[in-house]
Design a binder for this molecule. Structure first.
Ligand code: SAM
Length: 211
């Protein structure tokens, strides 16, 4: 965005330093390492015209969301916009085994860690509670698997990457072995590959104006 909109200034925060070290960043872009659940954003009140957060569904607990959003509002100017982009992590139309495995994973994320994998479906209420005006909610459905052609393959890779990267965390919190985890994941993937089940996820964008 900073490269496309050269007359605007951009600030980004993340708990990890994500910037590539082998290429210079734009002059109109600044990055700060910051944990949003531990301290207020490192910006003065009413600083920004536009504040966006994306893909934070299982970055922090459900109870932290109102506090994080409240702080995003603090740094947004009156009349400025807040935009949230989140996939609903509930994959619809999985096969029977895959559906059960998905539900077990989601219950573990909720019950053991306080995360809400379906936070996307709560965003409208959260921004409404925040007192934003002119709230807009949209979503697009994205296919998972070969029935969805190129985008379906990409989203399947994304799904696989989540299942792989979350494995250590889920094995520990579900108190199961790696073998059981892999067997359940294999069943889910086989049902997807069979082509009988046309799985999909909804990706939400929710935005509103600060009074
Ligand atoms: C799925 S990634 C999304 C990254 C980026 N927002 C995007 O849309 O491409 C989630 C990001 O949240 C960051 N994160 C997790 N917990 C955080 C926290 N407490 N404070 C700030 N960033 C956090 C992670 O380091 C990770 O980069």
């Amino acid at each position: 965005m900073a490269e496309d909109f050269t007359k605007s200034k951009f600030d980004a925060v993340d708990i990890c330093s994500l910037l590539p070290t082998d290429q210079p960043t734009s002059d109109n872009f600044n990055f700060t390492c910051h944990n949003v659940t531990e301290a207020p954003l490192p910006f003065e009140p009413d600083t920004f015209d536009y504040v966006q957060q994306a893909m934070a569904a299982i970055s922090y607990k459900m109870e932290d969301w109102p506090l994080v959003l409240q702080d995003m509002k603090r740094v947004t100017k009156p009349g400025g916009y807040i935009q949230l982009i989140e996939p609903d992590m509930y994959t619809h139309q999985l096969g029977p085994e895959g559906g059960l495995w998905r539900d077990q994973i989601h219950n573990t994320l909720r019950d053991q860690r306080g995360y809400e994998p379906r936070i996307a479906c709560h965003l409208e209420r959260l921004v409404s509670d925040l007192g934003l005006e002119d709230i807009t909610v949209r979503y697009v459905s994205v296919p998972v698997g070969s029935w969805g052609l190129d985008i379906g393959h990409l989203w399947e890779q994304n799904f696989d990457a989540f299942l792989e990267s979350a494995k250590p965390f889920l094995v520990e919190n579900m108190q199961i072995t790696n073998t059981i985890y892999q067997a359940n994941t294999k069943k889910l993937k086989e049902e997807l590959k069979g082509g009988e089940f046309k799985a999909f996820n909804n990706i939400y964008v929710v935005y509103g104006r600060v009074k």
